[in-house]
Design a protein around this ligand. Structure first.
Ligand code: ADP
Length: 477
């Protein structure tokens, strides 16, 4: 089985291509073999059946001839005369009496070898219906009859006809026909396989073209296949119409998210501002009132952040996220971000920087936002007594920033999905940490928009490392 897999690693038995090939090849094979069988049957009729009929006729006629001769001459003389007629033929005749002794035989046996003659003569029974028999590599039509003269059974008549040449010819033709048919079936199958492969090529093209269409490509996405059958062209047309409807609804959804985020953010910022000012001037608030206001302020702040993230993502999707690209020294940026992060949390964040300064072309504040997001996650998803480290290295023409924690880690099956919008590993745990599953998708969007990439390496219970790669500026010192 493994061997077969090695030879045909890509054969999918459920694919249309394989099924059509097998189906058409099977039908062709059936048609061809039926034709070959019919031809063989016809050839047998032409070559052998004539001899069978002739043998049967002789076996039927001889008793009648003997009957006639017996009326004009003695039985022995009649026998001699009737059997003598086969002198120059390839039909061999002999008669056994009731004691199983050969009474008379035709005089043409010198055409056959002694061993064949002995073998034929030793036969005591032959079927009434002519049959083909093989004796010493030669073929004969054999037929036997009880011989009656004037109502008296005088023995048994054996009529044998040599059909070696015809039978050999028949077998040789059947053999050639079989080989020819097998070769034709193989050639037809290969031709069909190639034809079907070519015929299905446009479908494969269609699937490859649709496979690479992402949400961002929807507005311009168009499928066009030049050389394709009408059905596939129609399918491509239907796909195009579907893509255009998808693009419209995607655009509407983006617009809706953007509008809603924008409309909600402004009043919420005002509410948050009022709550902060009330809390700052609190003199006569009861502890319950103060707690309620603090909860309201923190929830308002969380929602503002969420709306800002949604707005950023909607802008990035429509290509309106603004970037002010300039040369940034990553060493300084990291020190600044860490000091900002430490204002909001009492965690120790260690910095491990390369000695030389690493410069990249990036949007300074967006990069800050990225690092703050990653540090925020590292703080949220690790115990308070574990360390968080930010490393900066340069490898060839790449600046690499790593945010490492020794926290809960991310199970392997979730690692490829955490950069998706609203994707959270453990709903219960992340909701309690105040997350909404947008942070990492913002990180990915921003980093990729600046020409970089972000990856994660994590082990459950041991911690996670988020790595950002950015193209380093060539004039780095
Ligand atoms: P959230 O706002 O929920 O933190 P993110 O997009 O920032 O959303 O992260 C997505 C999910 O990835 C989180 O819900 C969390 O389960 C997981 N995650 C992110 N960073 C870490 C980390 N440093 N350690 C463990 N899990 C993490």
């Amino acid at each position: 089985m493994n061997q077969i897999r090695k030879i045909w690693p890509k054969i999918d038995l459920f694919s249309l291509r394989v099924r059509l090939t097998i189906g058409i090849a099977a039908v062709s094979a059936l048609g061809l073999s039926s034709f070959a069988i019919w031809t063989s049957w016809k050839m047998q009729q032409m070559l052998i059946d004539g001899h069978k009929d002739k043998t049967a006729q002789i076996a039927n006629r001889l008793p009648r001839d003997l009957q006639l001769y017996s009326q004009v001459m003695s039985p022995e003389a009649g026998l001699e005369k009737a059997i003598g007629d086969f002198k120059n033929t390839n039909t061999f005749v002999w008669i056994r009496n009731s004691e199983n002794k050969i009474v008379i035989k035709s005089t043409n046996w010198n055409q056959l070898s002694d061993s064949i003659e002995t073998e034929l003569m030793s036969l005591t029974e032959m079927s009434n219906k002519p049959e083909i028999g093989k004796i010493n590599h030669r073929y004969f039509v054999l037929c036997g009859r009880y011989l009656q003269i004037q109502g008296k059974t005088i023995g048994k008549l054996f009529v044998v006809q040599d059909v070696t040449y015809e039978q050999m010819m028949f077998l040789a033709m059947v053999q050639s026909l079989a080989i020819g048919s097998i070769l034709t079936i193989i050639v037809i199958s290969v031709a069909i396989a190639f034809y079907i492969k070519r015929a299905l090529q446009p479908l494969l093209q269609l699937s490859q073209m649709t496979e690479v269409i992402s949400a961002a490509d929807l507005p311009e996405a168009k499928i066009y296949i030049e050389k394709a059958p009408t059905e596939v062209k129609e399918l491509a047309q239907t796909f195009n119409m579907m893509l255009s409807r998808l693009s419209q609804s995607w655009e509407q959804e983006r617009q809706f998210v953007s509008n809603v985020s924008h409309e909600l953010r402004t009043p919420l910022t005002i509410v948050h501002g009022y709550l902060q000012s009330v809390l700052r001037r609190q003199n006569n608030l009861t502890p319950t009132q103060q707690e309620a206001l603090e909860t309201a302020a923190s929830e308002a702040e969380r929602t503002i952040r969420l709306l800002q993230d949604l707005l950023d993502l909607a802008r990035a999707d429509s290509g309106y996220l603004q970037f002010t690209m300039k040369t940034c020294v990553l060493n300084d940026l990291i020190v600044e971000v860490v000091s900002m992060a430490q204002k909001y949390s009492d965690r120790i964040i260690m910095i491990d920087l390369i000695a030389k300064s690493v410069e990249v072309r990036a949007d300074y504040s967006r990069l800050q936002q990225v690092l703050l997001n990653l540090i925020d996650n590292a703080v949220k998803y690790s115990d308070a007594d574990t360390a968080i480290t930010i490393k900066l290295i340069q490898q060839n023409e790449e600046a690499i920033i790593q945010v490492c924690d020794h926290g809960y880690g991310i199970p392997l099956q979730h690692q490829s999905r955490i950069f998706e919008r609203f994707y959270r590993v453990d709903e219960a745990r992340t909701t309690s940490k105040g997350g909404c599953g947008l942070g990492l998708s913002i990180v990915k969007t921003i980093v990729e928009s600046m020409g970089g990439g972000v990856t994660v390496r994590s082990k459950l219970g041991e911690g996670s490392t988020f790595t950002i790669n950015l193209p380093a500026s060539l004039n780095c010192s």
